[in-house]
Design a protein around this ligand. Sequence first.
Ligand code: ADE
Ligand code: ZN
Length: 336
Amino acid sequence: MTEKMHDFIAKMPKAELHLHIEGSFEPELMFAIAQRNKVQTKFDSVEAVKEAYNFNNLQDFLDIYYEGAQVLLEEEDFFDLTWAYMQRIHAQNVIHTEIFFDPQTHTDRGVAFAKVIDGISNALHKAKHELGISSRLIMCFLRHLEESEAEKTLEMALPFKDKIYGVGLDSSELGHPPSKFKNVFAKAIEEGFVTVAHAGEEGPAKYIWEALDLLHISRLDHGNRSLDDPKLMERLAAEKMALTVCPLSNLKLCVVDDLKDHPLRKLMQNELKVTVNSDDPSYFGGYMNENFWAITDALDLSKDELYTLSRNAFEASFVSDKRKKEMIELLDNYFA
Ligand code: ADE
Ligand code: ZN
């Protein structure tokens, strides 16, 4: 890519819609917090942590990701984690972000739900005031655990309803279809949450149908496997369903062997509302700019395509029409 294009992407106003806050945990911060909390992990140096970041599939990654999250104990830890992410994306011209967090990863270790949510929320509040970044929080249920566990988590979250906009579904996809969670998602909708779900990352197109029909999702996380099913693609296009695609994640988790074979453009050509996101940036080799650079390079994306991708994210964000309009205006001015 030319230096000019590289720079153009870096300065382009962007929104991120698929980011796991625990996946933004940089090894240096992980190590500092482990020492502060006197928590022993299986890594004895920052280099050892980095060396472990070699994955063959989603489960390989998740094992390491849950290991790293063990060092998070206090409200301050969740604040520091979130604030570090917000500063990084500020430097990349991300003006809006929608953040997943996995409460069960923490509450199952005895960390109070309040510490998790307050730490994250305080950092988001600071970022809104000091950096001008708007945000939403989405609580994910871990799909390798039982639905009854997700139901307990939803109960725990109700006192903090004002801080959580939606619920999602993540962790090990194969063998844990969306149908397993249809009751808890119905309850979440009754409580006023919007719903999203990871589907079609490693799992089949059938899981995407289930996410649509049983979990009533407003956005589809990943959704790469939609391409296997023409009827599904028609449905997604007709509903203007946004897909939160994560190029570097797909590469690192071997969902694609080469970014040149990434389905992003094919999905766009089928009129799907595709967005670009980082997923777990500290584990997969980059934040928003690195994802945009990599996929632009691999597929030789045009400026028109970049505009569409960025605009899709603003349109698909869970914010007021006023904020959407404001962000799209910034994008339009940038391209003008
Ligand atoms: N948790 C964090 N990142 C994830 C991903 N890419 N898929 C499923 N669960 C996750
Ligand atoms: Zn994800």
